[in-house]
Design a protein around this ligand. Structure first.
Ligand code: SAH
Ligand code: SF4
Length: 384
């Protein structure tokens, strides 16, 4: 029987081959990719991957031609098989207080917001997103009004750091005078619903021969996904932040609906068991100040009681309003009175100054225009 090849489909939908990007791979994935593409023999893969790693993550190069300790032919072969390109920056905004926000598009319909906040941590912190949108619907959070589009890959998380470092001129990795010294997973999404990719991204960001941001300067914030806390500590050794916002279950359920699944008693027990917890490695409790909702002196006292015996820091976050929110921020005097009670309870200067409010870059304000791509549209994209 004769076989006829039908090429009409291929012609109608030309498949654009996208070269694999090496910038967001772990060391192991990088070595494997080199071998798989037949660019490097297996025996040399680890050595070559080590060289590339330095160029990509210490020097931040995006062009194989600059890798001067690699033979010209190998560089050409690498460029033929792979890319080091950064994702597209759709928008860049700079606040009058020095905060910066980038809207990064990594794929059709996938737009990620990332914010740089000066004077946080040792010099400045980058607030990265772990998902586009969020499945949880905390009632005071703008991201919570956006459906989950999808989890981000480790590469997409690392790309946020690379884009920020490009813009802040932080390559090659300086040991002193860095402007970006800390990473906080406090952008869009719930990091513990995407733990594997978050952990792989942290491995890349913390690697000493690359970006070299120490795990002690990387904080992962969760709304309280209790079953993943242990794994977070073991896989990442990152600092833990808990979005608490209330001291009793009834109120916390209305603010953070996940509390119905994991109520306070379970959450506090999970936190006490967090690996490596000590006075040198404290948990940060985030508490958003909502006028008339959770800001009374009695609640401040209840907070001190609740945290007894846990090595803790408290961050009072003035509520950042967004269009359409029913909440208001507590008055400054209420926040100060609340802080004074915490102070007497042994917690020092805990108010977080809002930054980047003018560019809607403050905590909980991130919401991209990305919409959940319907299955039919996704199929179209996949088919080219
Ligand atoms: N999903 C994770 C991390 C992202 S949210 C979490 O919930 O912890 C980062 C922090 O911003 C959380 O503490 C969150 O409760 C807080 N937040 C959300 N919306 C806010 C708003 N409008 N104003 C102030 N803080 C907000
Ligand atoms: Fe999601 Fe965190 Fe916003 Fe809650 S506060 S909706 S968990 S991003």
């Amino acid at each position: 029987m004769g076989v006829t090849l039908d090429l009409s489909r291929a012609t109608a939908r030309p498949h654009v081959a996208v070269k694999p990007n090496l910038c967001g791979l772990t060391r192991t994935e990088l070595a494997a990719a080199l071998v798989e593409a037949d660019v490097v023999p297996a025996a040399k893969a680890k050595m070559r991957a080590g060289q590339l790693w330095r160029w990509i993550h210490h020097y931040g190069v995006t062009d194989f031609a600059l890798m001067t300790d690699i033979a010209k032919e190998t560089r050409a072969a690498l460029a033929e098989a792979f890319t080091l390109a950064r994702p597209e920056i759709v928008e860049r905004q700079v606040s009058k207080d020095g905060a910066r926000k980038w809207l990064i598009r990594t794929a059709p319909g996938i737009e990620i917001e990332t914010v740089y906040i000066p004077d946080v941590g040792r010099a400045g912190a980058l607030c990265v997103s772990s998902q586009v949108g969020c499945t949880l619907n905390c009632t005071f959070c703008h991201t919570g009004t956006q459906a989950l589009v999808r989890n981000l890959t480790a590469a997409e998380i690392v790309a946020q750091v690379q884009v920020a470092r490009d813009d802040l001129a932080e390559w090659p990795s300086p040991k002193a005078d860095r402007r970006l010294t800390n990473i906080v997973f406090m952008g869009m999404g719930e990091p513990l619903y995407n733990l594997d990719q978050v952990a792989a991204a942290i491995d890349i960001i913390a690697d000493n021969e690359g970006i070299a941001i120490s795990r002690r300067r990387i904080t992962v914030s969760t709304s309280g996904v209790v079953p993943e806390l242990q794994a977070l500590g073991e896989k990442t050794q990152a600092m833990l932040a808990i979005s608490l916002h209330a001291t009793n279950d009834a109120l916390r359920e209305t603010l953070v609906p996940l509390n119905r699944k994991y109520p306070l008693a379970q959450l506090m027990a999970g936190i006490r068991a967090y690996p490596g917890l000590s006075n040198a490695k404290r948990v940060t409790f985030e508490y958003v100040m909502l006028k008339g909702v959770n800001d009374s002196p009695a609640e401040a006292k209840a907070l001190v009681q609740l945290l007894k015996g846990i090595p803790a820091k408290i961050n009072l976050i003035p509520f950042n309003p967004w269009p359409g929110t029913p909440y208001e921020c507590s008055s400054w005097s209420t926040i100060e009175a609340f802080a004074a009670i915490l102070n007497r309870g042994g917690y020092a200067s805990p108010i977080r100054t809002p930054r980047g409010r003018d560019i809607l870059a403050a905590c909980g304000q991130l919401k991209s225009e990305s919409e959940k791509v319907r299955a039919s549209a996704r199929r179209k994209v996949a088919e080219g």
